[in-house]
Design a protein around this ligand. Structure first.
Ligand SMILES: Nc1ncnc2c1ncn2[C@@H]1O[C@H](COP(=O)(O)OP(=O)(O)OP(=O)(O)O)[C@@H](O)[C@H]1O
Ligand SMILES: [Mg+2]
Length: 593
């Protein structure tokens, strides 16, 4: 059979494979029914004219029109009678292959597969059947692109067991929205040949067609990029919406809520439908809202790009929470303010924890202060006690011993020889007692400290220490050291006593050095020994204010120095330890009492 010449231009544009080739799965995009019917009619007509089989599964109007066209060239009644031609209603067939409103393979295989097999049988099995089907297009019109794609895949599966050439068709304007690009590509991917719409096939020259393809390629790429961007935006939107620990939402330039996320709902208690469009000042306590705080935060963010704030905010139920808020101004490419992004975190628990840490710190400082006061008080009491006992020993016991000595001297002058000898012996013992008592009383509180000053007392004590301990102690005192306030002299003297006592008790040294100087408005005492040094555990573990030291020596010295605004430094090496005590005394003239 022959088709009229008027149709040749269109036919020439069609892929040759569309004609009666097995395993051809072509898709045609069309805008005019006329074009589709011409092409479908030609394919089906050629198959029937060659004594082959054909199946048409089309919408009512297309089916009728197609039948009319075929009748003009073919003995359609005979073909129908022989079972070589079957025309089915697309909507009806679709409903028969669906389960739960979606195409199902068992039904498809049963309904469509059986039909193909019957037509094959009628046509003598040796020719491929030509099928024209537009059920997919029907699905797309009903809004289910997934169903359309599923159908195309079913046709491909059916082609594995049945030989046919398939011609599907979709209206090109079903893909006119930018987001349809992806679906369009997926549908093309399911087909082995694509028949572009009339705007392409009717182009008269190859050059124009190539230009058209290049243009479409560019558009497809742009659409793909746009779709990728939209997908990324969508993912980001979903991500923001799903965040639960942060309220992340947008405000318009005036401060009305424009978007909302799960975190915002969780923290503030509003659902998106309740809050979008409302002014964000409703999150503020009334007094802050009245004082214009929301407006001023917006202004700062607009002016500086960003504004961070912490304070009380109000939930939907009226309860308050402590919020940390970061507001960022959003501007378009031209720099116009388009709104704000607001990130809010609930810091109520953190605030409570912070308050309790501050409270504990305050209590700790308080107890440290009272401990220091107590130790200073003890030091003062100790000083007074030493002075009192020293005086007592000197004035009371010393006087009695002196009196006893006089009496014994008198006994030596009188009485028998035996008595005189005993008296002399006792006088010697009493003399030793007097010396001991004096030393003891002077060690407790050296009278020369007040009378003759620090330099003299230090030198007296160092000499006595060498004698008592056997540790050779050298002394260097700056010439013209001068005098200092009594409490400074007493404190430095006590540091000397305690340091040398430590040298004796702990260092194992055979020699020590004492140096007393005045430098840069400070009186400085250095006590150095050549012993084993202070154990690192003591130096490192002494803690603030040296509170963790077990002995009271170093701690007491440190307290005394701090009380006078001075310092105590410990330097220790495996070759010995040095204690450096320093007290501010001002320039020489003002320091003399
Ligand atoms: N010159 C030193 N050489 C080696 N170790 C020392 C020296 N001075 C102090 N120490 C170490 O530092 C520790 C703390 O000294 P601190 O004077 O505070 O206490 P203490 O002498 O043990 O007891 P207290 O002074 O109360 O009688 C000592 O126990 C000792 O281990
Ligand atoms: Mg000590």
């Amino acid at each position: 059979m022959a088709f009229p010449d008027a149709k040749l231009a269109t036919v020439a544009a069609l892929p040759q494979r569309l004609r009666l080739e097995p395993e051809l799965h072509a898709v045609q995009f069309y805008s005019k029914d006329e074009t589709l019917l011409d092409d479908a009619g030609r394919a089906v007509g050629e198959a029937l004219a060659a004594a082959g089989g054909a199946i048409v599964i089309a919408a009512d109007s297309h089916r009728e029109e197609l039948t009319e066209r075929l009748k003009q060239h073919i003995d359609l009644s005979a073909a129908i009678e022989q079972g070589r031609y079957v025309a089915l209603d697309a909507a009806d067939t679709l409903s028969r292959i669906e389960i739960g409103g979606f195409p199902a393979w068992p039904r498809f295989a049963q309904v469509v597969g059986a039909q193909v097999a019957r037509v094959h049988h009628a046509a003598g099995d040796h020719l491929p059947a030509a099928i024209f089907a537009e059920m997919g297009s029907l699905c797309l019109d009903a809004g289910s692109s997934d169903a359309a794609l599923q159908l195309e895949q079913f046709w491909n599966s059916l082609a594995k067991t049945h030989s046919f050439s398939l011609h599907c068709a979709y209206r090109i304007n079903s893909f006119s929205r930018p987001r349809d690009g992806e679906l369009f590509q997926k549908i093309c991917a399911e087909h082995s040949a694509i028949i572009p719409s009339e705007s392409y096939t009717l182009l008269p020259s190859e050059d124009q067609r190539i230009r058209r393809i290049a243009y479409l390629q560019q558009r497809a790429q742009a659409l793909e990029a746009e779709a990728a961007l939209r997908r990324a935006e969508e993912r980001f939107r979903l991500f923001i919406e799903a965040v639960q620990d942060y309220a992340i939402f947008m405000l318009d330039p005036e401060g009305h809520v424009a978007t909302w996320n799960l975190g915002a709902e969780r923290i503030k208690g509003y659902k998106a439908s309740e809050i979008v469009g409302k002014h964000f000042s409703c999150f503020y306590p009334e007094e802050d809202a009245r004082a214009g705080k929301p407006r001023s935060i917006l202004n700062t963010a607009a002016a500086e790009g960003r504004c961070e704030d912490e304070g009380w905010r109000v939930r939907k139920d009226g309860s308050k929470f402590w919020a940390n808020v970061v507001l960022t101004a959003l501007r378009d490419r031209e720099g116009n303010l388009v709104g704000f992004c607001k990130v809010t975190r609930d810091f109520t628990e953190r605030l409570a924890a912070q308050k309790s840490i501050e409270e504990s710190r305050r209590k700790l400082q308080e107890s440290e202060r009272s401990l220091r006061e107590l130790s200073l008080h003890l030091l003062h009491r100790q000083e007074e006690e030493r002075r009192r006992i020293g005086r007592e020993l000197h004035d009371s016991l010393g006087q009695y011993l002196a009196l006893m000595r006089l009496k014994l001297d008198a006994m030596q002058a009188e009485g028998s020889e035996t008595v005189q000898n005993l008296a002399a012996e006792c006088a010697g013992i009493v003399e030793d007692c007097v010396k001991e008592v004096r030393t003891l009383s002077h060690l407790l509180y050296p009278p020369m400290l007040e009378e003759m000053g620090l330099a003299r007392a230090v030198s007296w004590y160092t000499e006595g220490f060498t004698e008592r301990s056997g540790i050779q102690t050298s002394l260097w005192i700056a010439p013209n050291l001068g005098r200092f306030p009594p409490y400074v002299e007493a404190a430095i003297f006590r540091v000397l006593q305690e340091s040398l006592m430590n040298v004796h008790k702990h260092s194992g040294a055979e020699a020590a050095f004492v140096r007393l100087t005045r430098r840069n408005g400070h009186v400085i005492l250095e006590v150095n020994d050549r012993g084993k040094g202070i154990p690192p555990s003591i130096l490192e573990g002494r803690g603030p204010d040296w509170q963790s030291l077990h002995g009271v020596g170093l701690r007491g010295m440190n307290e005394r120095m701090r009380q006078l605004g001075g310092s105590l430094e410990l330097v220790s090496t495996p070759n010995g330890a040095t204690v450096i005590a320093s007290v501010p005394v001002g320039p020489p003239s003002s320091s003399v009492s």
